[in-house]
Design a protein around this ligand. Structure first.
Ligand SMILES: C[S@@+](CC[C@H](N)C(=O)[O-])C[C@H]1O[C@@H](n2cnc3c(N)ncnc32)[C@H](O)[C@@H]1O
Length: 524
């Protein structure tokens, strides 16, 4: 089997050294389990604990090797760990290792069933099972002794993905000691995922806490960051442990004094076509259908086509159209088929000739006519849900539609889109975007609709002159720090200088981590 199918990415010895030394400082186990042993590379160091070691490994070729090397020293079980965990009750004091990462759709059916059994065993929701590492945590929990510890290498996403929120909450109830170790450098360079180490235990004394520590790498053990959360539990996203209790409370206290995005109007994600590359076409393509009137809607399906700006005008949209970018949605709603041109009929027929005909795709199949894309209202402002350098929100003066890449806002009469968009670029709202988002490899952040709606925006009415000035600053690609200072000076006037500095500092801390912007200048 290939590496990816069995989630086999071997742990560097330096990291194993670190983990075993870490565990040695915290626990004296009477027995140890490594549930995804691979070639047994943890074993030489685990032997230092001088207690029985059990190794579980699924793949026969690997268990054969384990038997060859460790037969006299370890108990070796050739089995799927998840089925083993369901069927057995033997308890272990230290369960340590690097479980496989395999997404739900690639998990073989017997392991999927075992995963669901484990979820049932703990009375959790089935939606939790999105990746096999979730099942490894639950299986380990089932086999853990009362004062035992689990110490795993997990994908960084465990700390922040929404589907694992219930698991994190559950673990917070089950363990009073949660210690997370992260690294500035990527440890596994062949996988896209960043990883973290998670140590879970129940210490006989002491208050529950979550601790977050960062080191440069597995080879350079310089500690660059540490913070602890004790009061703000459950912490929903453990990645937010990069703020300590005081900072978390201060951020909440400042944000509570301002209105939330949801109070400004109606918010909805944009249009879901079911097949963007078929339904969203260039000007040239839509003209080739020779329909009168042209069945089109102006649409943005990629945030990157919009240059840096505040106010998105018709001229800006025309400029995008003229680059040949796909900017028109074929909108055939309410148009009778008899009136379709031959060219349009040919294009539609082409959609049925694909490997997987479009009319069989779920989103299209459920429509009365598979090519009638439901139109969702656009907004006077659009917030793009994914962001890189910083979150983007625009005044939609061009009145274009968007796909579901954006949340469209239609304002209540008391609010103006332009003022809202201007005010959004302040230190508090941008810090909250970082606090609330999750991020993926490459540092792309994302806010789901409810997270966007819960952001606080210090709104005030802004003069046309100021709006124009900010539009120019953005169009001139001015440094973000200067832009934020300018907006802060207008919309956060009432905050203390210290509070603004605090917001800027935590935002920088988040961005640094998300985009891995670590300063490596050697000061020695
Ligand atoms: C990420 S590798 C870790 C190997 C080794 N422990 C290390 O740290 O280098 C994961 C291992 O889990 C094994 N594995 C995958 N699914 C398994 C399952 N359901 N039960 C037990 N082992 C499994 C793979 O064959 C692979 O050897």
């Amino acid at each position: 089997m290939d590496e990816k199918a069995t989630g086999s990415f071997y742990t560097p010895d330096t990291l194993i050294n670190y983990m075993v030394a870490y565990a040695r400082d915290r626990i004296v186990p009477l027995n140890i389990l490594e549930p995804s042993a691979g070639d047994g590379r943890f074993v030489p160091l685990l032997k230092e604990f001088n207690c029985p070691i059990t190794l579980i490994e699924l793949e026969k070729t690997k268990t054969d090797i384990l038997h060859e090397i460790f037969d006299n020293e370890c108990e070796i079980i050739g089995s799927d760990f998840l089925n083993y965990a369901i069927k057995h009750d033997k308890k272990y004091d230290l369960i340590i290792g690097n479980p496989p990462y395999i997404s739900k759709k690639s998990v073989p059916s017997d392991q999927r069933n075992a995963s669901l059994d484990l979820i049932k065993h703990f009375e959790l929701e089935e939606t939790l099972f999105q990746n096999i590492w979730v099942s490894f945590i639950l299986g380990s929990l089932k086999l853990l002794s009362d004062n035992g510890a689990i110490f795993f290498i997990l994908p960084f996403e465990f700390l922040q993905v929404q589907y694992a929120e219930k698991l994190r909450e559950f673990l917070e109830k089950n363990f009073n000691t949660i210690e997370i170790t992260t690294f500035e450098d990527r440890i596994f360079t062949t996988i896209e995922q960043d990883i973290c180490l998670v140590y879970l235990s129940n210490e006989p004394k002491g208050k529950p806490y979550i601790q977050y520590t960062t080191f440069v790498s597995d080879t350079d053990k310089t500690q660059t960051f540490q913070s602890v959360i004790m009061r703000n539990k459950p912490l929903k996203k453990w990645s937010n442990c990069i703020l300590n209790d005081n900072e978390t409370e201060k951020l909440k206290q400042i944000s509570d004094t301002f209105p939330k995005v949801q109070s400004f109007g109606e918010i909805s994600p944009g249009i879901v076509t079911g097949a963007n590359s078929f339904f969203i076409v260039s000007k040239k393509k839509i003209s080739s259908f020779k329909m009168k009137p042209m069945p089109k809607l102006s649409i943005i399906s990629k945030c990157s086509v919009i240059p840096s700006l505040l106010d998105f005008k018709s001229e800006d949209f025309s400029a995008i159209v003229n680059t040949g970018a796909r900017s028109y949605l074929i909108n055939l709603n309410d148009i009778k088929e008899e009136t379709f041109s031959t060219y349009l009929n040919e294009y539609i027929a082409g959609g049925l000739e694909k490997d997987k005909p479009l009319n069989e795709r779920y989103k299209c199949r459920i429509r009365k006519r598979w090519y009638d894309v439901p139109i969702i209202k656009t907004g006077e402002a659009c917030f793009f849900k994914r962001f890189h350098r910083f979150p983007r929100v625009i005044i939609n003066s061009a009145g274009v539609y968007t796909t579901d890449i954006a949340y469209n806002i239609r304002f209540k009469p008391d609010y103006e889109a332009a003022s809202f968009v201007f005010c959004f670029y302040n230190s508090l709202t941008l810090a909250l975007c970082e606090y609330s988002c999750r991020f993926y490899g490459g540092g792309v952040g994302e806010l789901v609709p409810n997270e966007f709606k819960a952001l606080s925006v210090p709104y005030s009415e802004i003069s046309q002159e100021n709006i124009q000035h900010l539009d120019e600053l953005l169009r001139n690609e001015t440094e973000l720090a200067e832009i934020v200072d300018y907006v802060d000076s207008i919309v956060l006037e009432e905050l203390l200088k210290d509070d603004i500095e605090f917001l800027q500092e935590i935002r920088t801390r988040y961005i640094k981590r998300r985009m891995k912007l670590y300063d490596r200048t050697d000061n020695s």
